[in-house]
Design a protein around this ligand. Structure first.
Ligand SMILES: [Zn+2]
Length: 348
Protein backbone atom coordinates (compact mmCIF):
# COMPACT_ATOMS: atom_id res chain seq x y z
CA UNK A 1 0.00 0.00 0.00
CA UNK A 2 1.31 3.44 -0.91
CA UNK A 3 2.33 5.60 2.03
CA UNK A 4 1.49 9.29 2.30
CA UNK A 5 4.78 10.37 0.73
CA UNK A 6 4.20 8.16 -2.32
CA UNK A 7 0.66 9.51 -2.74
CA UNK A 8 2.01 13.04 -2.57
CA UNK A 9 4.58 12.32 -5.29
CA UNK A 10 2.02 10.57 -7.44
CA UNK A 11 -0.34 13.56 -7.31
CA UNK A 12 2.37 16.06 -8.18
CA UNK A 13 3.41 13.77 -10.99
CA UNK A 14 -0.18 13.75 -12.31
CA UNK A 15 -0.28 17.52 -12.12
CA UNK A 16 3.01 17.73 -14.03
CA UNK A 17 1.54 15.71 -16.88
CA UNK A 18 -1.67 17.77 -17.04
CA UNK A 19 0.38 20.96 -16.86
CA UNK A 20 2.66 19.88 -19.70
CA UNK A 21 -0.38 19.08 -21.87
CA UNK A 22 -2.00 22.45 -21.15
CA UNK A 23 1.28 24.33 -21.52
CA UNK A 24 2.01 22.76 -24.90
CA UNK A 25 -1.23 24.04 -26.39
CA UNK A 26 -0.80 27.68 -27.53
CA UNK A 27 -4.59 28.09 -27.59
CA UNK A 28 -4.58 27.56 -23.79
CA UNK A 29 -1.22 28.81 -22.50
CA UNK A 30 1.46 31.08 -23.96
CA UNK A 31 5.12 31.12 -22.84
CA UNK A 32 5.42 31.44 -19.04
CA UNK A 33 1.73 32.32 -18.66
CA UNK A 34 -0.78 30.23 -16.73
CA UNK A 35 -0.16 28.26 -13.58
CA UNK A 36 -1.38 25.13 -11.85
CA UNK A 37 -1.34 23.85 -8.29
CA UNK A 38 -2.20 20.99 -6.00
CA UNK A 39 -2.83 21.07 -2.27
CA UNK A 40 -1.26 18.30 -0.18
CA UNK A 41 -2.16 18.61 3.51
CA UNK A 42 -0.51 21.86 4.67
CA UNK A 43 1.44 22.43 1.48
CA UNK A 44 0.47 24.14 -1.76
CA UNK A 45 2.59 23.02 -4.74
CA UNK A 46 2.45 25.89 -7.21
CA UNK A 47 4.22 26.60 -10.47
CA UNK A 48 7.27 28.82 -10.00
CA UNK A 49 7.15 32.32 -11.51
CA UNK A 50 8.71 32.47 -14.99
CA UNK A 51 8.70 28.69 -15.45
CA UNK A 52 6.85 27.22 -18.41
CA UNK A 53 4.01 24.75 -17.86
CA UNK A 54 5.07 23.08 -21.10
CA UNK A 55 8.31 21.96 -19.36
CA UNK A 56 6.49 20.34 -16.44
CA UNK A 57 6.98 16.74 -17.57
CA UNK A 58 10.74 17.16 -18.14
CA UNK A 59 11.77 19.30 -15.20
CA UNK A 60 10.32 20.31 -11.86
CA UNK A 61 8.54 23.62 -12.32
CA UNK A 62 6.73 23.54 -8.96
CA UNK A 63 7.67 24.98 -5.60
CA UNK A 64 6.06 24.16 -2.25
CA UNK A 65 4.62 26.91 -0.09
CA UNK A 66 3.09 26.78 3.38
CA UNK A 67 -0.65 27.03 2.75
CA UNK A 68 -1.39 28.59 6.15
CA UNK A 69 1.31 31.19 5.54
CA UNK A 70 -0.20 32.15 2.16
CA UNK A 71 -3.59 32.56 3.82
CA UNK A 72 -1.93 34.87 6.36
CA UNK A 73 -0.32 36.73 3.40
CA UNK A 74 -3.78 37.19 1.86
CA UNK A 75 -5.00 38.74 5.11
CA UNK A 76 -1.93 40.99 5.31
CA UNK A 77 -2.09 42.02 1.64
CA UNK A 78 1.46 40.72 0.95
CA UNK A 79 2.33 40.39 -2.73
CA UNK A 80 5.34 38.06 -2.64
CA UNK A 81 5.46 34.60 -1.13
CA UNK A 82 8.21 32.40 0.23
CA UNK A 83 8.94 28.95 -1.12
CA UNK A 84 9.73 26.20 1.37
CA UNK A 85 12.68 25.46 -0.96
CA UNK A 86 15.75 27.66 -1.03
CA UNK A 87 16.50 27.10 -4.71
CA UNK A 88 15.98 30.73 -5.71
CA UNK A 89 12.65 30.10 -7.46
CA UNK A 90 9.72 32.32 -6.57
CA UNK A 91 6.19 30.96 -6.31
CA UNK A 92 3.85 32.23 -9.04
CA UNK A 93 2.49 35.78 -8.90
CA UNK A 94 -0.92 34.11 -8.69
CA UNK A 95 -0.17 31.95 -5.62
CA UNK A 96 -2.86 33.59 -3.46
CA UNK A 97 -5.52 32.84 -6.09
CA UNK A 98 -4.62 29.14 -5.89
CA UNK A 99 -4.60 29.14 -2.10
CA UNK A 100 -7.97 30.84 -1.90
CA UNK A 101 -9.80 28.37 -4.14
CA UNK A 102 -10.87 25.39 -2.02
CA UNK A 103 -10.39 22.69 -4.67
CA UNK A 104 -7.43 20.38 -4.32
CA UNK A 105 -6.34 20.90 -7.95
CA UNK A 106 -6.48 24.33 -9.59
CA UNK A 107 -5.70 25.01 -13.25
CA UNK A 108 -5.32 28.59 -14.44
CA UNK A 109 -4.87 29.20 -18.16
CA UNK A 110 -5.18 31.96 -20.77
CA UNK A 111 -7.35 30.31 -23.49
CA UNK A 112 -7.68 32.59 -26.52
CA UNK A 113 -11.43 31.98 -26.95
CA UNK A 114 -12.16 32.57 -23.25
CA UNK A 115 -10.15 35.80 -23.31
CA UNK A 116 -11.99 36.90 -26.48
CA UNK A 117 -15.36 36.15 -24.82
CA UNK A 118 -14.32 38.09 -21.73
CA UNK A 119 -13.46 41.29 -23.65
CA UNK A 120 -17.03 42.12 -24.54
CA UNK A 121 -18.75 44.24 -21.86
CA UNK A 122 -22.06 42.67 -20.92
CA UNK A 123 -20.99 39.21 -22.10
CA UNK A 124 -21.91 37.71 -18.72
CA UNK A 125 -25.45 36.94 -19.85
CA UNK A 126 -24.18 35.38 -23.05
CA UNK A 127 -21.72 33.24 -21.04
CA UNK A 128 -24.49 32.20 -18.63
CA UNK A 129 -26.30 30.58 -21.53
CA UNK A 130 -23.15 28.91 -22.85
CA UNK A 131 -22.18 27.64 -19.37
CA UNK A 132 -25.64 26.42 -18.34
CA UNK A 133 -25.34 23.73 -15.66
CA UNK A 134 -21.79 24.75 -14.66
CA UNK A 135 -21.17 26.38 -11.28
CA UNK A 136 -19.17 29.37 -12.44
CA UNK A 137 -18.56 33.03 -11.63
CA UNK A 138 -17.44 36.11 -13.54
CA UNK A 139 -14.56 38.04 -11.99
CA UNK A 140 -14.15 41.67 -13.12
CA UNK A 141 -10.60 42.64 -14.15
CA UNK A 142 -8.11 43.27 -11.40
CA UNK A 143 -4.31 43.21 -11.52
CA UNK A 144 -3.00 39.65 -10.92
CA UNK A 145 -1.75 39.07 -7.38
CA UNK A 146 -3.52 40.45 -4.33
CA UNK A 147 -6.07 42.69 -6.15
CA UNK A 148 -7.32 39.74 -8.22
CA UNK A 149 -7.35 37.48 -5.17
CA UNK A 150 -9.45 40.02 -3.25
CA UNK A 151 -11.92 40.25 -6.15
CA UNK A 152 -12.25 36.45 -6.22
CA UNK A 153 -12.64 36.35 -2.43
CA UNK A 154 -15.56 38.80 -2.64
CA UNK A 155 -17.33 36.65 -5.24
CA UNK A 156 -16.67 33.32 -3.50
CA UNK A 157 -18.11 34.67 -0.23
CA UNK A 158 -21.49 35.01 -1.91
CA UNK A 159 -21.36 31.84 -4.02
CA UNK A 160 -22.30 28.47 -2.56
CA UNK A 161 -20.01 26.43 -4.78
CA UNK A 162 -17.99 27.45 -7.76
CA UNK A 163 -15.81 25.24 -9.97
CA UNK A 164 -15.05 27.74 -12.74
CA UNK A 165 -13.99 31.38 -12.78
CA UNK A 166 -13.97 33.46 -15.95
CA UNK A 167 -11.49 36.26 -15.32
CA UNK A 168 -12.45 39.29 -17.40
CA UNK A 169 -9.56 40.50 -19.61
CA UNK A 170 -7.42 37.65 -18.37
CA UNK A 171 -8.41 33.97 -18.63
CA UNK A 172 -9.86 30.91 -16.95
CA UNK A 173 -9.59 29.13 -13.59
CA UNK A 174 -11.01 25.67 -12.95
CA UNK A 175 -10.90 23.58 -9.79
CA UNK A 176 -11.34 19.86 -9.22
CA UNK A 177 -10.71 17.13 -6.68
CA UNK A 178 -8.32 15.36 -9.04
CA UNK A 179 -6.14 16.31 -11.96
CA UNK A 180 -8.38 14.27 -14.27
CA UNK A 181 -11.63 15.99 -13.27
CA UNK A 182 -10.04 19.44 -13.39
CA UNK A 183 -8.52 18.83 -16.84
CA UNK A 184 -11.82 17.44 -18.18
CA UNK A 185 -13.71 20.46 -16.86
CA UNK A 186 -11.12 22.82 -18.33
CA UNK A 187 -11.56 21.28 -21.77
CA UNK A 188 -15.34 21.29 -21.50
CA UNK A 189 -15.40 25.01 -20.66
CA UNK A 190 -13.00 25.83 -23.50
CA UNK A 191 -15.17 23.82 -25.92
CA UNK A 192 -18.35 25.58 -24.78
CA UNK A 193 -16.73 29.02 -25.10
CA UNK A 194 -14.95 28.28 -28.36
CA UNK A 195 -15.15 30.95 -31.08
CA UNK A 196 -14.22 30.31 -34.69
CA UNK A 197 -11.62 32.82 -35.92
CA UNK A 198 -12.03 35.01 -38.99
CA UNK A 199 -10.11 33.71 -42.02
CA UNK A 200 -6.51 34.87 -42.36
CA UNK A 201 -5.61 37.55 -44.88
CA UNK A 202 -2.40 36.80 -46.77
CA UNK A 203 0.79 38.47 -45.55
CA UNK A 204 3.09 40.19 -48.04
CA UNK A 205 6.08 37.84 -47.78
CA UNK A 206 8.24 39.69 -50.32
CA UNK A 207 7.81 42.97 -48.49
CA UNK A 208 8.44 41.33 -45.10
CA UNK A 209 11.63 39.70 -46.36
CA UNK A 210 12.83 43.09 -47.59
CA UNK A 211 12.02 44.56 -44.17
CA UNK A 212 13.87 41.75 -42.42
CA UNK A 213 16.91 42.37 -44.60
CA UNK A 214 16.81 46.12 -43.97
CA UNK A 215 16.33 45.99 -40.17
CA UNK A 216 19.35 44.60 -38.28
CA UNK A 217 18.65 41.61 -35.95
CA UNK A 218 15.02 41.38 -37.04
CA UNK A 219 13.13 38.18 -37.84
CA UNK A 220 9.68 36.98 -38.79
CA UNK A 221 7.24 35.46 -36.27
CA UNK A 222 7.14 31.67 -35.92
CA UNK A 223 3.45 31.42 -36.81
CA UNK A 224 1.82 33.05 -39.83
CA UNK A 225 -1.32 33.90 -37.82
CA UNK A 226 0.69 36.65 -36.08
CA UNK A 227 0.73 38.65 -39.33
CA UNK A 228 -3.03 39.10 -39.00
CA UNK A 229 -2.29 41.83 -36.43
CA UNK A 230 -1.30 43.91 -39.45
CA UNK A 231 -3.28 42.33 -42.30
CA UNK A 232 -6.74 42.03 -40.69
CA UNK A 233 -8.24 45.53 -40.58
CA UNK A 234 -10.13 45.03 -37.29
CA UNK A 235 -7.18 43.31 -35.59
CA UNK A 236 -4.89 46.15 -36.72
CA UNK A 237 -7.26 48.69 -35.22
CA UNK A 238 -7.39 46.81 -31.89
CA UNK A 239 -3.62 46.22 -31.89
CA UNK A 240 -3.01 49.98 -31.89
CA UNK A 241 -5.06 50.49 -28.71
CA UNK A 242 -4.07 49.54 -25.18
CA UNK A 243 -3.72 45.74 -24.83
CA UNK A 244 -6.75 43.88 -23.46
CA UNK A 245 -4.98 41.52 -20.99
CA UNK A 246 -1.93 41.55 -18.70
CA UNK A 247 0.61 39.17 -20.28
CA UNK A 248 0.62 41.11 -23.53
CA UNK A 249 1.58 44.27 -21.63
CA UNK A 250 4.36 42.48 -19.72
CA UNK A 251 5.98 40.78 -22.71
CA UNK A 252 5.12 43.08 -25.65
CA UNK A 253 4.66 46.53 -24.08
CA UNK A 254 1.69 48.83 -24.28
CA UNK A 255 1.70 49.81 -27.96
CA UNK A 256 3.09 48.51 -31.26
CA UNK A 257 5.55 50.32 -33.47
CA UNK A 258 3.57 50.95 -36.67
CA UNK A 259 5.61 51.48 -39.84
CA UNK A 260 3.94 52.61 -43.05
CA UNK A 261 7.16 53.34 -44.93
CA UNK A 262 10.16 51.03 -44.49
CA UNK A 263 12.55 53.92 -45.22
CA UNK A 264 11.33 55.72 -42.10
CA UNK A 265 11.91 52.70 -39.80
CA UNK A 266 14.97 54.03 -37.91
CA UNK A 267 13.37 57.43 -37.33
CA UNK A 268 10.04 55.91 -36.20
CA UNK A 269 11.77 53.39 -33.89
CA UNK A 270 13.71 56.23 -32.23
CA UNK A 271 10.57 58.27 -31.81
CA UNK A 272 8.76 55.28 -30.30
CA UNK A 273 11.53 54.83 -27.71
CA UNK A 274 11.42 58.53 -26.80
CA UNK A 275 7.64 58.51 -26.34
CA UNK A 276 7.18 55.17 -24.57
CA UNK A 277 10.52 54.85 -22.74
CA UNK A 278 11.41 51.39 -24.06
CA UNK A 279 12.60 49.84 -27.33
CA UNK A 280 9.84 48.38 -29.49
CA UNK A 281 10.12 44.60 -29.71
CA UNK A 282 8.00 44.27 -32.84
CA UNK A 283 6.73 46.34 -35.74
CA UNK A 284 3.40 46.22 -37.55
CA UNK A 285 3.47 46.97 -41.26
CA UNK A 286 -0.22 47.66 -42.13
CA UNK A 287 -1.60 45.25 -44.75
CA UNK A 288 1.88 43.61 -45.01
CA UNK A 289 2.58 41.74 -41.75
CA UNK A 290 4.66 41.69 -38.55
CA UNK A 291 8.42 41.80 -37.97
CA UNK A 292 10.06 40.93 -34.63
CA UNK A 293 12.85 43.30 -33.60
CA UNK A 294 16.12 42.79 -31.73
CA UNK A 295 14.61 42.93 -28.24
CA UNK A 296 11.89 40.37 -28.99
CA UNK A 297 12.11 37.18 -26.94
CA UNK A 298 10.42 33.86 -27.57
CA UNK A 299 7.71 35.09 -25.21
CA UNK A 300 7.13 38.19 -27.34
CA UNK A 301 6.53 35.90 -30.30
CA UNK A 302 4.17 33.63 -28.31
CA UNK A 303 2.22 36.57 -26.87
CA UNK A 304 1.80 38.22 -30.28
CA UNK A 305 0.52 34.93 -31.69
CA UNK A 306 -2.01 34.76 -28.85
CA UNK A 307 -3.08 38.36 -29.38
CA UNK A 308 -3.61 37.64 -33.07
CA UNK A 309 -5.73 34.58 -32.21
CA UNK A 310 -7.79 36.57 -29.66
CA UNK A 311 -8.45 39.50 -32.01
CA UNK A 312 -9.52 37.15 -34.84
CA UNK A 313 -12.23 35.92 -32.45
CA UNK A 314 -13.59 39.37 -31.56
CA UNK A 315 -16.37 40.49 -33.91
CA UNK A 316 -15.47 43.56 -35.98
CA UNK A 317 -16.80 46.84 -34.63
CA UNK A 318 -17.91 45.32 -31.31
CA UNK A 319 -17.42 47.30 -28.14
CA UNK A 320 -14.20 45.89 -26.62
CA UNK A 321 -12.99 46.26 -23.06
CA UNK A 322 -9.28 47.14 -23.01
CA UNK A 323 -6.88 47.86 -20.14
CA UNK A 324 -6.66 51.48 -19.09
CA UNK A 325 -3.43 53.50 -19.15
CA UNK A 326 -3.21 53.15 -15.36
CA UNK A 327 -3.71 49.37 -15.49
CA UNK A 328 -0.97 49.09 -18.15
CA UNK A 329 1.52 51.17 -16.20
CA UNK A 330 0.95 49.24 -12.95
CA UNK A 331 1.83 46.04 -14.86
CA UNK A 332 4.88 47.57 -16.58
CA UNK A 333 6.25 48.88 -13.28
CA UNK A 334 5.42 45.93 -11.02
CA UNK A 335 8.60 44.37 -9.63
CA UNK A 336 7.13 40.85 -9.67
CA UNK A 337 6.49 41.10 -13.41
CA UNK A 338 9.95 42.57 -14.08
CA UNK A 339 11.37 39.48 -12.32
CA UNK A 340 9.24 37.13 -14.45
CA UNK A 341 10.30 38.91 -17.63
CA UNK A 342 13.96 38.83 -16.61
CA UNK A 343 13.88 35.01 -16.70
CA UNK A 344 13.17 35.14 -20.44
CA UNK A 345 16.32 35.39 -22.51
CA UNK A 346 16.25 37.30 -25.77
CA UNK A 347 16.44 34.70 -28.51
CA UNK A 348 17.51 35.42 -32.03
ZN1 LIG B 1 -3.02 34.57 -15.43
Amino acid sequence: MANAKQLEKSSLSDLSKVSARLGSNPFFVQAAGGNTSIKEKDTLWIKASGKHLSDASQTNVFVPVDLAQVHRDIGAGADSYRSLYTNGLRPSIETTLHALIPHRVVLHTHPVSVIAQSLIPGSRNHLSALLKGVSWAWIPYQRPGQPLTRAIDEVLKTTASCDVLVLANHGLVVGGDTCETAEALHHEICARLDIKPRPLATADRDYLNRARAAIPHSRLPDNRVTHSLATDAWSLKLAQCNPPYPDHVVFCGTRPLVIRDLDSFAEEAERFERVWGYKASYALFPSRGVVLLESASRSTDAMLQAQAEVFLRVSPDSNVSLLTDGQCSELMNWEAEKYRKSLESVSA
